[in-house]
Write a protein that binds this ligand. Sequence first.
Ligand code: SAM
Length: 291
Amino acid sequence: MIEKCLFSRKENIYTERHLFTAIHDVLRFVTVHLPTTFSTTDAMAQSNGVIKTFEIPTDGKGATISVRIVEPAGINSDNLSLATWASSLVLAGILHTLGLEKCLQSKTSLSPLPILELGAGTGLVGVTAAALLGSPAAHLTDLEGTVPGVAANIAVNEKLLVERCGPAAVRAGVLDWWKPERITYLDGMEPAEISSGTKARILLAADTVYDEEHPQLLERVAQEWLEKSPLARFVMCYPMRIAYLDHIRELWERFEVAGLEAEIEGRQTGEATNGDDELLCEYVVWKWKDL
Ligand SMILES: C[S@@+](CC[C@H](N)C(=O)[O-])C[C@H]1O[C@@H](n2cnc3c(N)ncnc32)[C@H](O)[C@@H]1O
C-alpha cells in the first residue's frame, strides 16, 4: 500500500532530494514577498494583509459556503509566513465527500472535542470542517506564533460559524507536536487549557509532513489525541513533493504499526499557491484498525 502511494523512482529521489529541498525553501521564502496567485471571488489587499474568500463545496450539487481567510503580514512560525497552502485548499474542497458527518452523529458517545485541527496555519480546513459538519466544537491549533492568525480567521468567519455551530464553538489554541500533552488557549475564555485526556473524534492536518521529525511527531499526536473509537478519523492531506516522499513513506509505516489503517485515500492536483507550481496532493482518512 505504501509503495502504491509513492513514486517508484527511488534512486532519483535520493539524487534530486537536496536540489528540490533547496528550491522549495527558496520558493517558500519568495512567497513572503510576492502577491498570491489564488483565484478568489473577493480578494482585498489590505495594508498589512490579504483577505480571500473561498467558495467551498458542501455537496456534489453546487452548494457552497463562503469561507473568508485573512493572511496577515508579519505572522511567522516554523520559518513559514502565514499562508494557505495547496493541500488545505484540496482538503477543504473534498471534505464533504469523506463521510465525516457520520463520525459526529452518535450523540451518546460524542467526544468532548469533535474536531481538532493540527498545524492549522490560516485555519481554512478547520473553519470549513466546523461549518460543514455543524460541529458543536472545533479547536484549531498551531504553534504559538501562528495562533493569532488562526484566531483572526475564526473572527472573520464568526457569522458563518455562529449560524452553523453556535457561539464560541470554534477556538484557536497552541498545540505543539513536541509537547502534545495539552492545548493552551490564548483567547481568555475558559478553559484556558485542556489535556490530551480529552480525546478528539476528528483530527485534521493539511501540509504537515515536510520535516524528518514530522512522521514520529504526528504519530505521537495521534496516539495522544485521537479517540480510540470506531468513529474516530484522522484526515490528512499533503503535497507529494519529491523532497518529502521519504517522510511520507515513514508516516505511512508508523501509522500502520501504531494500529491505524487508511479507510479512504486519493489524490488531487492543487492550485499553484505561495510560489509552488501545481502540486499533486494526496489525502488519507485514517481510522483505528480492529475497533
Ligand atoms: C505548511 S504549513 C500548513 C498550514 C495549513 N495547514 C495549510 O495547509 O495551509 C505547516 C503548519 O504546521 C505548523 N507546525 C509546524 N511544526 C509544528 C509543531 N511542532 N507543532 C504545531 N504546529 C506545527 C506550522 O506552524 C504551519 O502552520
